[in-house]
Design a binder for this molecule. Structure first.
Ligand SMILES: Cc1cc2nc3c(=O)[nH]c(=O)nc-3n(C[C@H](O)[C@H](O)[C@H](O)COP(=O)(O)OP(=O)(O)OC[C@H]3O[C@@H](n4cnc5c(N)ncnc54)[C@H](O)[C@@H]3O)c2cc1C
Ligand SMILES: Cc1cc2nc3c(=O)[nH]c(=O)nc-3n(C[C@H](O)[C@H](O)[C@H](O)COP(=O)(O)O)c2cc1C
Length: 777
């Protein structure tokens, strides 16, 4: 085969040498616009795992790379005058020049033709090639020639960064944070050879503009950075070797991904590789790793399927299918890490203390969890756990999930909340033995707080005929029986969620067959009832059309909420939550998708929030001052034109000002057109943002299913509490089980269940020992 690689970066060179090794008969040329042995850039990072991979494919290259390596384990943070260091992170750094030189000389050794100082304008310049590898980097001309084929999706990110070097040698991957009068700057620093360290300086666009860096030439920018980081640089200079860049040397990161990675251009097959097809932000390192692994995968496919011209289409199809998955995974983690650095100035730097800031930074990609950190550096993590426990008023290291949390006069024994979950099992709004058993079991199961499902302040505010209510004394006594039981038999607290269903009322129970949120079918013994909502708009197209509320309706509903609040206090609840989420009545006022009112309760944001705040304020006045109140919101409508996470910060601020103690951050279910992005802990970013930006305690909820998730969220300060829903349906003793799973044995169990404790713990201990043996710890 005749193969031409356009671009002699890591992707093109490594593919060329591996392919030549696989089939020396192939005629392989690398065309590079730069001079031989001349390249730009400082150090690149990759993991031990990438090197192991390289070792399998070409031990000679791997050995040379290993020789030139700088391996380091520690991450060091310099922040607010403190230096915090943790170990076990295992990085490898090598100079980009050095790496390319190794690859170039290995190519020459194997017989790959290297053509330098030739700018290849197009893949069509090589019509006689069977295969053209477009390894021409982020601004790939080959990709740009036929964007309709490759369908690149390019997102330019808001932060500015400049890629510098320094002779100051750092013995850890070092992160420096400096505050200026206009905002925060950070530097990502690592040594990559015996004489030099990479020094990347980054800041938000508005900070960069405020300092006039858009008008600075590279020398002025370097002088600025030297001054900013002077105390750390200890007299060393910063250097740029990006003289080829015109104007300002500050760049915006561009995230590239492509729907299609290859095509036949009428003469040759063309395939994108490395930065040409995908980029990964330097916050996670590294594009080089992806480029090398692309090359390996393409050669693996030729090796498996046959290295002949006939096999090319099949090889390319398989190459994309396999690589795409790994690349998306890495790009997602890189995206989280990149976003963390984009917002850290506003969101974390001023809010978090150095210890917690370090934890938040280490877990920024959300790929590294609490237990991963324990494997990396147990001593550091235990020190941090002890610090966190002390902040929560207890001594000694313990998993963050098991630190207490106090609001007003109520102290929860831990950070786990049984999320409110409708059971559709009430009669005439009355809770009975079913609820006593259901809630009682969960209160015994170890959670700090058990929330009762959405309970309506009036009969017409229920979702279904099976939903509970709190509009009469009998219902109050039924609830009092449950709270009494929980308080006498367990050390859990119990809370009530009050909510009015609005446009989503009068539906059938989920098991009644018509489907979720569907009105009751005609002819049922239980009849539909008329609905009220912010606007006369049904939730589902075939749903009942509610009547838009009048002022008189609003006054009546507010009074119902206040009366139900008083009854909740009489019933002995420890905690009250107002349901302003999921498209129910109050949520329907807040979202622009469901509120079409023309009066002073519709339109502008402040108008839409007015009635929910009015209800909340009246309830807060009726609820005992020593007890906490939370508000559940949908922090994202997941619909274009709907409420955004940024709006949710404003919603939280308004409820905070009205006396809310905590925001319970759910999302969606406001519009049937929603397109949520599900995933593990997918709503936690809303809790995180609101906690830091609105300065109020938050509860995270949604796909939090392991102790490791709860520990990571609490330890990073992304939320104060974690609500766990569906896992509690499967296992009422979820908290006790998770404690045993992670080996937190000091936890006390209900005295009646103690005999089950050691057996469960021993089973999990065996599992952990087996896992540890498999890992070779
Ligand atoms: C200048 C520069 C400096 C970098 N520095 C670092 C760093 O210090 N640390 C780090 O972790 N990552 C760095 N990166 C990013 C990282 O190296 C990339 O993610 C990785 O190199 C991707 O490998 P690649 O082979 O796909 O692309 P690249 O490394 O970008 O290689 C593409 C090659 O194609 C050549 N080329 C482009 N167009 C043409 C054309 N039309 N004709 C001929 N040749 C062409 C370019 O000169 C370049 O050599 C740098 C990238 C660049 C371009
Ligand atoms: C059966 C069921 C009933 C629910 N009922 C309510 C409810 O009454 N009030 C509420 O705010 N959320 C309700 N939810 C949402 C949960 O409280 C929780 O936010 C959601 O299930 C996501 O958490 P999870 O992934 O841990 O299950 C319900 C969820 C389920 C599965």
């Amino acid at each position: 085969m005749k193969i031409v690689c356009i671009g002699g970066g890591p992707a093109g060179l490594y593919f060329a040498l591996l392919m030549k090794k696989l089939g020396p008969q192939h005629d392989i040329t690398v065309v590079e616009r730069n001079k031989p042995y001349d390249t730009f850039g400082w150090g690149v990072v990759f993991s031990d795992q990438t090197l192991d991979n390289m070792r399998q494919w070409d031990p000679e290259t791997a050995a040379e790379v290993q020789q030139a390596f700088n391996h380091w384990d520690d991450i060091e943070l310099h922040f607010k005058g403190r230096v915090i260091r943790s170990g076990g992170h295992g990085f490898v750094g090598i100079g980009r020049k050095k790496l390319l030189n190794i690859l170039q000389s290995r190519c020459e050794q194997l017989g790959v033709k290297l053509v330098f100082e030739q700018d290849a304008d197009s893949d069509l310049d090589h019509k006689d090639a069977d295969l053209v590898i477009a390894s021409d980097g982020i601004n790939s001309k080959v990709r740009q020639r036929t964007p309709e084929v490759f369908q690149p999706d390019i997102v330019t990110r808001p932060n500015r960064y400049i890629w510098l070097g320094t002779k100051r040698l750092y013995d850890a991957f070092t992160f420096l944070f400096e505050k200026t009068e206009h905002g925060w700057f950070q530097a990502h620093v690592y040594k990559f050879d015996e004489h030099t360290s990479t020094f990347i300086v980054e800041c938000p666009e508005h900070v960069w503009l405020a300092h006039g860096l858009d008008k600075a030439d590279p020398d002025q920018s370097i002088a600025f950075c030297e001054k900013l980081f002077a105390s750390n640089l200890q007299g060393e200079k910063l250097m740029s070797n990006a003289r080829h860049l015109r104007g300002s040397a500050w760049l915006n990161f561009q995230r590239v991904k492509c729907a299609n990675w290859w095509q036949h251009n009428g003469h040759s097959h063309v395939v994108l590789m490395g930065d040409a097809v995908h980029t990964a932000h330097f916050a996670i390192g590294s594009g080089t790793k992806l480029a090398l692994e692309d090359a390996i995968e393409l050669v693996r496919q030729f090796k498996t399927l046959g290295d002949t011209a006939e096999q090319i289409p099949q090889v390319l199809r398989q190459y994309q299918a396999v690589r795409e998955i790994d690349v998306i995974r890495l790009q997602n983690a890189a995206w989280n890490a990149m976003e963390w650095f984009e917002v850290c100035g506003e969101r974390y730097c001023d809010q978090l203390e150095p210890e917690q800031f370090m934890y938040s930074m280490l877990t920024r990609s959300q790929r590294i969890s609490h237990e991963n950190l324990r494997l990396r550096d147990k001593a550091w993590l235990e020190g941090y756990e002890a610090w966190l426990a002390q902040r929560a008023g207890v001594s000694g290291a313990r998993p963050p999930m098991f630190t207490p949390f106090a609001l007003r006069s109520v102290t929860l024994k831990n950070r786990v909340v049984v999320s409110p979950m409708a059971q559709y099992s009430a009669e005439d709004g009355r809770v009975g033995d079913y609820h006593l058993t259901h809630l009682g079991a969960r209160a015994l199961g170890g959670a700090g707080l058990v929330m009762v499902e959405m309970t309506s302040p009036s009969a017409d505010g229920r979702i279904t005929h099976g939903c509970p209510g709190l509009w009469n004394d009998t219902q109050t006594q039924d609830f009092a029986r449950i709270t009494r039981w929980v308080h006498t038999q367990t050390d859990a607290k119990i809370g009530l969620q009050l909510g009015h269903a609005g446009a989503k009322g009068s539906t059938c129970r989920p098991w009644q067959g018509a489907g979720m949120d569907q009105p009751l079918p005609a002819g049922e013994a239980e009849a539909n009832w008329p609905l009220i909502a912010a606007s006369a708009q049904p939730y589902l197209p075939n749903g009942q059309v509610p009547r838009a509320m009048t002022r008189a309706d609003m006054d009546r509903v507010k009074q119902d909420f206040v009366a139900a609040t008083q009854r909740a206090a009489q019933a002995g609840f420890d905690w009250l939550e107002l349901h302003c989420a999921h498209g129910y009545l109050l949520s329907g006022f807040i979202s622009p998708l469901t509120n079409q009112r023309g009066d002073d309760h519709g339109g502008a944001f402040a108008n839409r929030l007015r009635y929910p705040l009015e209800v909340f304020t009246a309830m807060r006045a009726a609820w005992p001052a020593h007890l906490p109140m939370s508000v559940r919101i949908s922090a994202h409508d997941w619909v274009e034109g709907g409420l955004t996470p940024q709006d949710a910060v404003e919603v939280a601020r308004a409820f905070k000002a009205a006396g809310a103690d905590l925001i319970d951050c759910s999302s969606g279910q406001v519009s049937a057109a929603q397109k949520p992005t599900y995933g593990r802990m997918y709503q936690t970013p809303f809790a995180d943002r609101i906690r830091q930006e609105a300065g109020i305690a938050t509860m995270a909820v949604g796909a939090i299913s392991e102790a490791d998730h709860v520990n990571s969220i609490i330890a990073a300060g992304r939320a104060d509490l974690c609500a766990v829903g569906r896992p509690h349906l499967a296992n009422p003793a979820w908290t006790l089980t998770e404690a045993a799973r992670i080996g937190h044995t000091p936890l006390s169990w209900p005295r009646t269940y103690v005999s089950g404790k050691s057996q469960l713990e021993a089973g999990f201990a065996r599992e952990r020992a087996q896992q540890s043996a498999t890992r070779g710890d």
